[in-house]
Design a protein around this ligand. Structure first.
Ligand code: NA7
Length: 544
């Protein structure tokens, strides 16, 4: 009997069995499994007025997936993968959003989705083992389980530049792009940020605007995507081989169906290495990183050969040697920041109407009424684009103001950086699951593969609890500590922590520096998760 005599109160039934926060790739599949397979009373809460998550918000010019369409998609339904037709190798944002809308229709997900509902509070009740979620509107709902399908790159990072409020022109963050689009014709546009987003947007905005000025703090290693339409024959071949493609993705460390290599750079001459890099450069996309050498992100000299190769390519593509020099990354090993993939990015710098400004050397001082001022110059602008990224992996969760068992605040628990057990749960926050949370392979993989693995694991876990009459599950402190140590130890064997990337939170002022994703690979990780489940959820405390 819970509680002491006088204070004892009856256990309340929750409004929902499971509340899913977010209607992107994760939340949609979670709803499908929870409602249609487990027959739970499930509801999705979504801040936007439609499905899509990342692909709903990021409508900026040039927004495109960096994974190829046929495997950046759900694998759980062979009917879905057979009926959907991708137009190109790397689909643009509108096409992915269309796909996700099709999935929502096909599996009748909308009837259990509540849009325009931003969850701003989540409180756990130890007596009832339920969560109470509160929306911005004031609406409240109680639920047994919460799945935070809130995305890893959904909380926008907008630097607090002095003077932005007084800017006479329009400004936009790429992660909240107007649905009606923006016409830059005849405008002098400023673009801040040269991560994946700035790199995709640059050539498209340059082609439209009167003049584009790019404010770059750190250059990146970008690889050509080599996008192309998918022919009917190619599409048919992919569909005929889907089982094999999916199996390759699922058994790989990064969720991509690429050939895995065991070769080490040191075993090859400089000429042989160059030939390997050239072949993969010509194929485009992530292959250079994934398939060149097994030690690329572990061994400095192996990495240096790839970094040198890409730098030479950049020099070769940019006509003005001074501009080329500004575009050469020298502060991080190739691949230790999320590697951008581009279409004509470096070519854009050969245009007369594109200017590159180094804001590392002369930082941005303020946004003025008529433009932007750096330490050594003033730039007249009609519009400003912030391609300044996200408070990755933790921002969306922390913004929900989560209070767990015994009044424990997530903000306090994560003060020194995120701590999770398997990136699936946080000690002290029972019945709350995170999809692709920090401590899981997540953003180091082809996301739909990692998402499906997590969603399926969570569904199996809830089914296990139900079958065993259990109402509460929470990560144990010691299991979490051991996992956090393991995640750090594995990261420390690689070159990843060397880069000031969003993987370590370096892009957000004041954020604790912790390498957040698990770099040990999906294969090992999947085995570990399966083993935990097979051992009656080892490392979790379960009770009723
Ligand atoms: P990123 O990769 O975090 O890039 C943001 C860019 O904005 C990057 O070049 C930053 O420079 C720059 N930035 C951020 N703050 C400032 C300030 N204050 N001044 C100047 N420049 C700044 O975000 P993206 O949206 O491009 O990509 C995010 C992910 O989405 C991507 O990795 C894919 O997974 C999809 P910095 O490098 O920090 O010096």
């Amino acid at each position: 009997m819970p509680g002491d005599g006088a204070k004892a109160r009856a256990i309340k039934e929750a409004d929902l069995d499971i509340a899913i926060i977010g209607a992107g790739f994760s939340g949609m599949y979670m709803l499908h499994l929870a409602r249609d397979v487990l027959h739970l009373n499930a509801r999705v809460f979504e801040a936007a007025d439609g499905v899509g998550g990342t692909w709903y918000w990021n409508r900026y010019p040039g927004a495109r997936c960096d994974s190829e369409s046929w495997y950046y998609s759900y694998s759980f339904s062979s009917e879905l993968e057979q009926e959907w037709v991708w137009s190109s190798r790397y689909p643009a944002q509108p096409e992915i959003l269309k796909y996700l809308n099709h999935v929502a229709d096909r599996f009748e997900l909308r009837s259990d989705m509540q849009f325009n509902t931003r969850i701003i509070n989540a409180d756990f009740d130890d007596h009832d083992n339920t969560w109470t979620l509160a929306a911005e509107s004031g609406e409240q709902v109680t639920t047994r389980f919460v799945v935070a399908a809130t995305g890893c790159l959904s909380s926008r990072n907008t630097p607090d530049f002095k003077g932005l409020d007084g800017f006479d022109g329009d400004w936009y963050h790429t992660g909240a792009w107007p649905h009606e689009g923006v016409d830059f014709t005849g405008k002098r546009v400023g673009l801040i940020g040269t991560g994946s987003t700035g790199i995709q947007a640059t050539p498209v905005i340059a082609a439209e605007a009167d003049h584009l000025t790019i404010f770059q703090r750190t250059p990146n290693f970008s690889i050509p995507a080599r996008n192309a339409p998918l022919s009917t024959e190619e599409a048919a071949e992919i569909k005929a081989n889907y089982a094999e493609i999916r199996a390759k993705c699922k058994s790989s460390d990064n969720g991509f169906p690429f050939e895995v290599t065991e070769r080490l750079a040191k075993d090859f001459s400089a000429e042989e290495r160059d030939a390997i890099f050239t072949e993969l450069w010509d194929l485009g996309g992530f292959r250079l990183l994934a398939s060149s050498f097994a030690d690329l992100t572990i061994d400095e000299s192996s990495n240096e050969s790839a970094s040198d190769f890409v730098r030479a390519k950049i020099r070769g593509m940019v006509n003005d040697p001074d501009v080329a020099e500004m575009l050469l990354p020298t502060d991080h090993p190739y691949g230790t920041k999320r590697p951008p993939i581009d279409t004509d990015y470096y070519d854009a710098y050969n245009r007369d109407d594109v200017t590159l400004v180094d804001v590392r050397r002369a930082p941005i001082v303020e946004i003025t009424k008529t433009g932007l001022r750096t330490e050594d110059g003033e730039y007249e602008l009609d519009a400003l684009v912030f391609a300044t990224g996200f408070d990755a992996m933790t921002g969306a969760l922390l913004n929900m103001n989560v209070t767990g068992s015994g009044g424990r605040k997530l903000g306090d628990a994560w003060e020194a950086g995120p701590r999770t057990y398997l990136g699936l749960q946080i000690a002290g926050f029972p019945n709350l699951f995170t999809v692709t949370g920090p401590g899981s392979p997540s953003v180091l993989t082809n996301m739909p593969v990692a998402i499906e693995q997590h969603v399926e694991w969570i569904a199996d876990c809830i089914e296990y609890l139900q079958n065993n009459g259990l109402t509460r599950i929470e990560a144990k402190d010691d299991a979490q500590e051991a996992w956090v140590d393991h995640v750090r130890e594995v990261a420390d064997t690689t070159l990843f922590p060397k880069a000031n990337s969003w993987y370590v939170g370096a892009n957000v002022p004041g954020k604790s520096r912790v390498f957040m994703p698990y770099v040990g690979g999906l294969t090992l990780y999947r085995e570990k998760c399966n083993e935990v489940a097979a051992n009656q959820y080892e490392g979790f405390a379960v009770s009723n």
